[in-house]
Design a protein around this ligand. Structure first.
Ligand code: ZN
Length: 317
């Protein structure tokens, strides 16, 4: 009798676990799941990053949901070439700005992050910014607190690390190179940007060339980012009324035009599936719709064909 009861309880627990997992799956799918799994190192990453550093980047990134190890590694690369840079402040002392160690922490910043997030055992006692283990765990915690958690504002997090747009771009490009291509595709899986009816397609139209796919939908229908990336424009644009443009890895830019309202800011990191605007009828538009455009290396491509070639649902069923 007791055994039956226990079996039943286990079955119920198993069921709860399955339901919980299913709900979590749906939630993460809605939020743009892709970034929850961490990427694999590319051959370039394996060739460039010392083994002990690679392990530390990977272990440290796990402490921050949504932070990929490649970003932490990219910071380590840009700062000190993974501790190999022979310059003041890398192995002792400080550079002109007061930074020291492989992740180039100011002592005050390092101390305040460590006070909140003590690195796990394995480093120096007390923790030291010159110790790669302590420095890398602390860098991951610092990025996490600054916006990297759940991919909320990765751009802002890296900007906090070093207040320069060129720095953020350099880190993101490096992270991109460190991420294995196949994983990268999974991380940047594509999603349909709005629910509606495909109307005018890509190609010649009335003596002009229509550089996107139109999707008709009522004003106010949510528009989501088609894949994860960085918002590079959000505001008025000639012909498009109000637009949002998102930069994705691999020289791809998506444009969302005729919007009624935008809800993202330039510089913001967005996940695939994250709401960025609402369908409108602004600019050169003859009815409420989304003008969805994909540029690859500065040339517009057919979004329907692009979706067929990438991990994506059918854009226009
Ligand atoms: Zn259009």
């Amino acid at each position: 009798m007791a055994k039956i009861a226990i079996t039943t309880i286990s079955a119920i627990f198993a069921l709860i676990t399955i339901i919980t997992a299913a709900v979590a799956g749906v939630v993460s799918a809605v939020l743009g799941a892709a970034n929850t799994a961490s990427s694999q190192p590319s051959p370039a990453a394996l060739a460039d990053i010392p083994g002990n550093y690679l392990a530390l980047y990977q272990q440290a990134a796990v402490t921050c949901p949504g932070l990929d190890w490649s970003v932490v590694a990219a910071v380590g690369k840009v700062e000190t070439d993974h501790g190999r840079l022979n310059a003041p402040g890398v192995h002792g002392g400080a550079n002109f700005a007061g930074a020291g160690g492989p992740m180039q922490f100011l002592q005050d910043t390092f101390d305040s992050v460590v006070a909140q997030h003590p690195p796990p055992p394995g480093g120096s006692i007390p923790p030291s910014r010159y110790n790669p283990h302590d420095a890398i765990y602390t860098a991951a915690a610092y990025l996490c607190d600054s916006g990297a958690r759940d991919g909320r504002d990765l751009y802002g997090a890296i900007f906090t690390y070093n207040h320069a747009d060129w720095y953020v771009r350099k880190v993101l490009d490096q992270a991109d190179a460190y991420m294995a291509a196949q994983q990268h595709e999974q991380q940047t899986g594509w999603t349909v940007p709005t629910r509606g009816k495909c109307s005018s397609g890509f190609g010649p139209r009335g003596g002009e060339f229509h550089r996107g796919q139109d999707i008709a939908a009522p004003i106010g229908t949510p528009i989501v980012a088609a894949a994860s990336g960085t918002v590079i424009d959000s505001g008025p644009a000639s012909g498009y009324g109000l637009w949002v443009r998102v930069q994705h890895p691999g020289g791809v830019i998506t444009t969302y035009g005729h919007n009624n309202r935008n809800i993202v800011q330039p510089g913001q990191q967005v996940q695939g599936g994250q709401p960025i605007a609402e369908v409108g009828n602004r600019g050169e538009s003859t009815g409420p719709h989304l003008h969805f455009q994909i540029d690859k290396d500065a040339h517009a491509v057919d979004p329907v064909a692009f979706y067929e070639r990438h991990p994506a649902p059918t854009l226009c069923p």
